[in-house]
Design a protein around this ligand. Structure first.
Ligand SMILES: Nc1nc2c(ncn2[C@@H]2O[C@H](COP(=O)(O)OP(=O)(O)OP(=O)(O)O)[C@@H](O)[C@H]2O)c(=O)[nH]1
Length: 378
């Protein structure tokens, strides 16, 4: 028997989060407090996929087993097919109530969610025959939170991922989660926790935020919650709501029924949308991006660039990592307009807008039409 669930599928909880945030601590906590449930675990540590069936309830096996080779790949990209093969085998050979997947510290949560919802091109396994993605949990290190947005110094080289800068990974895992554990609360004063929580709510208003020490959460908050909803998770990301001009956050039945806006404001967290029809001057915008306002935690959106009238230019910034380049072309039906959302602490929206206005190309510059353009072309 694979599962006692009425539809025969086993609920899956995916745990992601930054390196060292407390993911393994969470897995161990859940295994040590199974409340009568049998839990199987997949641990992905940038090496092979380790399915440790020994970790099923009652076992005193150590979830740290197999952890640590940060060199070979992770389940969000190269190992999707291995993951599917292994979880199928597990479902066919063992009986358990929940599958817990600990992603590596640099995994992107969306591809993992896709693996469990639609499978992988490289595998015949249909994950929905066995599993249903139930909850995505992101573990955030409250103590290291601001540091990740400021500098990447001090990180060992082997942990650097030039194509996926850390702040991006961190923001991704916050923006795409159902439950967010704000962990290591023992190391951070309450006032600071309030500030972090306000930013996190701004980034993902629908997440159930739980403050924890050593990832000690009530298992019912992370197992079998039924909270996962792919469409909603993507749609309700903070920056998308801001860009769409939707400032109301639907807390629905998610338990966050306090006044989100005033929480954000109380802690100096704000977001602002910059909209202009005039294109940016490439050189001036590039210089502006190099001299990034440290109060901005997250910026996202698209912009017009002088000299490239057809291009929709995308901007995505998370802490010190900034990516800007073409993401498409304007359709005839479009009304080309720059729209950028900035989320941060102690933001001076007027000053931000004024400094961006200084980067707009003038009518004369556009008429001459010669620009030194440092942005990528593809
Ligand atoms: N002070 C404090 N330390 C914690 C807390 N949670 C975890 N730790 C410690 O932080 C370190 C990293 O925790 P792990 O659970 O291994 O973190 P991880 O996210 O699995 O780490 P990676 O697998 O390397 O990405 C360990 O030494 C934990 O004991 C906490 O709430 N407070």
């Amino acid at each position: 028997m694979n599962s006692t669930r009425s539809d025969g599928t086993i609920p899956v909880t995916v745990v992601s989060g930054y390196l060292g945030s407390g993911k393994t601590t969470l897995v161990n906590h859940l295994l040590n407090d199974p409340q009568g449930h049998e839990i199987a675990v997949v641990v992905n540590d940038m090496g092979e996929v380790n399915i440790d069936a020994e970790l099923i309830a009652d076992s005193d096996a150590d979830a740290d087993d197999g952890v640590i080779d940060l060199s070979n790949g992770c389940i969000c990209c190269r190992l999707q097919s291995d993951l599917l093969t292994e979880v199928k085998r597990l479902a066919e050979t063992r009986s358990f109530d929940y599958l817990l997947v600990e992603a590596s510290g640099i995994s992107e949560p969306i591809p993992i969610a896709q693996t469990f919802t639609v499978g992988s091109e490289e595998s015949d396994v249909d994950p929905t025959d066995y599993y249903r993605l139930d909850t995505t949990v992101s573990v955030v290190d409250a103590y290291g939170f601001w540091k990740e947005f400021d500098v990447e110094e001090g990180l060992p080289d082997r942990m650097r991922t030039p194509d996926r800068p850390f702040a991006n990974v961190l923001v991704d895992s916050i923006e795409f989660c159902d439950v967010l554990l704000l962990n290591k609360c023992d190391m951070v004063p309450d006032e600071e926790l309030d500030r972090i929580e306000a930013i996190v709510e701004e980034l993902q208003p629908r997440a159930d935020i739980v403050r924890t020490e050593y990832s000690a959460v009530d298992p019912a908050r992370v197992l079998g919650t039924g909270r996962f909803d792919f469409e909603r998770a993507q749609r309700e990301v903070g920056w998308k709501q801001q860009l769409a001009g939707d400032h109301g956050h639907d807390h629905g039945d998610d338990g966050n029924d306090h006044d989100h806006r005033s929480t954000a404001e109380r802690h100096g967290v704000a977001s602002t949308v910059y909209r202009r029809r005039e294109p940016f001057h490439p050189g001036r915008l590039d210089a502006w991006l190099d001299d990034w306002d440290g109060n901005v935690v997250r910026a996202k959106g698209f912009f017009r660039l002088a000299g490239r009238p057809d291009a929709v230019m995308g901007l995505s910034q998370a802490g010190p990592s900034i990516q800007a380049g073409p993401i498409g072309t304007w359709d005839e039906a479009d009304d080309p307009e720059t729209r950028l959302v900035f989320i941060g602490t102690d933001l001076d929206a007027d000053a931000l807008a004024a400094s961006l206005d200084d980067c707009l190309a003038t009518a004369e510059e556009i008429a001459v039409g010669e620009f030194d353009d440092p942005f990528p072309t593809t």
